[in-house]
Design a protein around this ligand. Structure first.
Ligand code: FMN
Length: 243
C-alpha cells in the first residue's frame, strides 16, 4: 500500500523522514519562549534545589521499576515531590542560554512543560501546580480537588484519583518546531519518554510507586490545565504515590 493510502500515522512517519536529499519541507514557525511562567500564580513554593537522599543502586532500580497502580493513603512529603521534579527536569548545568537538565532533549530546546495535579502532598494545597524550571519552584495555577476531573479525563482510570500526585506533561510545539519543523513532533514524545523514565526510576529509588498514562481525553486534560490544545498539547501523564 502506498503511504498516501494509509492512515495518518504512516503518512506522518513517511513525510518526516530525513533523507540525504531532503531534510523535509521548509515550513517556518515562530520561536516560542524557552520557559513558560505563571507570574499571576495564586501561590509559589520554592523547592530545595538538590536532593539529599541516600544513594540508590541504579541496577537495582532498573530491576525493581514497575508500573504501580495502588498507593498508600499517606501524603507525599514535599521533599519527595521536589526530588521527583528534580529527577525529571532538574537543571544540572548552565551553559550560555541553555539550562541543561537531568533528561536529554533534542537540540536542548526542552519543549515539555510539567504540571502536577496535587491530591496529597504535605505543605501544598490540592490543585494544579506548574513547575517553573529556572527558579525550581512550583506555582499554584488552580486550587481545588482535581481527583474526579482527572480520573474522568484519564478514561476513568481510578488510580489517577487515588495517587498522591499526578504529573502531567504537555509540549509547546513552537519551542521545537522552529528548528525541526514537522519532525519536531517525533521529538516531543521522545523527550517525554526520557522524562517519564527518570520519574519512574527516581520513584523506585525513593520507595514510591508510579504509573505512566497515555490513555486520556486530550481535550479534557488540556482544558483542565487551561492550555489551548494547539500551541500547547497534552502528551503524557504519570501517577505517583507511596507503596
Ligand atoms: C506510552 C505508555 C502509555 C501507558 N499508558 C498507560 C495507561 O494509560 N494506563 C495504565 O494503567 N498503564 C499505562 N502504561 C503502563 C504500561 O501498561 C506498563 O508499562 C506495561 O504494562 C509494562 O509494565 P511495567 O511498566 O510494570 O514494566 C503505559 C506505558 C507507556 C510506556
Amino acid at each position: 500500500m502506498s503511504p498516501e493510502k494509509e492512515g495518518i500515522g504512516r503518512r506522518y512517519l513517511a513525510e518526516t523522514r530525513y533523507r540525504r536529499d531532503s531534510l523535509g519541507e521548509k515550513v517556518s514557525y515562530p520561536r516560542a519562549p524557552l520557559y513558560k511562567e505563571y507570574p499571576g500564580a495564586v501561590r509559589r513554593v520554592a523547592l530545595s534545589p538538590e536532593p539529599t537522599w541516600r544513594p540508590a543502586d541504579l541496577w537495582d532500580c532498573l530491576r525493581r521499576r514497575r508500573s504501580q497502580r495502588q498507593y498508600q493513603a499517606r501524603p507525599l512529603r514535599l521533599e519527595e515531590l521536589a526530588t521527583l521534579l528534580w529527577a525529571t527536569q532538574g537543571v544540572t548545568l548552565k551553559s550560555r542560554n541553555y539550562l541543561l537538565r537531568t533528561a536529554p532533549s533534542a537540540g536542548a530546546l526542552y519543549p515539555v512543560e510539567t504540571y502536577v495535579a496535587v491530591h496529597r502532598v504535605e505543605g501544598l494545597e490540592p490543585g494544579i501546580w506548574h513547575f517553573e524550571i529556572p527558579d525550581f519552584e512550583l506555582a499554584l495555577i488552580r486550587e481545588g480537588d482535581a481527583r474526579k476531573a482527572l480520573t474522568d479525563a484519564g478514561l476513568f482510570q481510578s488510580f489517577l484519583g487515588t495517587a498522591a500526585a499526578v504529573f502531567i506533561w504537555t509540549a509547546v510545539l513552537n519551542r521545537a518546531r522552529w528548528k525541526y519543523r514537522e519532525r519536531a513532533i517525533r521529538y516531543l514524545f521522545l523527550d517525554a519518554g526520557h522524562i517519564c523514565q527518570n520519574l519512574m526510576l527516581a520513584a523506585t529509588a525513593l520507595g514510591l510507586g508510579s504509573c505512566p498514562v497515555g490513555a486520556f481525553f486530550d481535550g479534557e486534560v488540556e482544558e483542565f490545565l487551561g492550555v489551548d490544545g494547539l500551541e500547547e498539547v497534552a502528551l503524557y501523564l504519570a501517577s505517583v504515590g507511596g507503596l
